[in-house]
Write a protein that binds this ligand. Structure first.
Ligand code: ADP
Length: 138
């Protein structure tokens, strides 16, 4: 049970799941999971732990076995309208807004969003955390 804006949390999940499905060719898989996590858990990357407050969080992950994200593109994908301009990624339609919006919504909830990918064709996992109790930022 978390305290959050239900429609906005659905929107974040919808964005991540639709990307996972879109960027995963037939025969691949998409896995979603959720757990409660404390802000000082070493399961969180150090840069994510930094600045978190005392409350517990829910950690949601959406993992896919799709086209992955090349190292050189990894810093840009949360930027509005950014889509990877590589032939292998260009055939996928979209607006380039989903992740930028998801990041805004997560941040407004006092949470964080990030991802891991070992590179092109190696799949990727998107993660976000939201505090269990809301303390929205303006
Ligand atoms: P859109 O999906 O509409 O293009 P997003 O903001 O949701 O826009 O994503 C930005 C870009 O990040 C995508 O165009 C794609 O290049 C990359 N991306 C997002 N999710 C994934 C994913 N699960 N696997 C591979 N690339 C992804």
């Amino acid at each position: 049970m978390i305290e959050a804006d239900e429609r906005k949390v659905k929107q974040i999940l919808y964005n991540l799941l639709s990307n996972a499905v879109k960027f995963t060719p037939d025969g691949g898989s998409v896995t979603i999971s959720a757990e409660v996590i404390s802000p000082n858990s070493t399961d969180l990357p150090a840069k994510i732990r930094k600045g978190l407050t005392g409350t517990d969080y829910v950690l949601v992950s959406v993992k896919d076995t799709g086209i992955g994200i090349a190292k050189k593109d990894q810093s840009k994908i949360f930027t509005e309208f950014h889509q990877i301009e590589e032939p292998y990624a260009k055939k996928y339609e979209g607006t380039g807004l989903g992740l930028a919006l998801s990041k805004k919504l997560v941040t407004l909830h006092g949470g964080k969003i990030w991802f891991e990918s070992k590179g092109k064709d190696k799949g990727c996992t998107f993660y976000f955390i939201l505090p269990l109790k809301s303390s929205p930022k303006a």
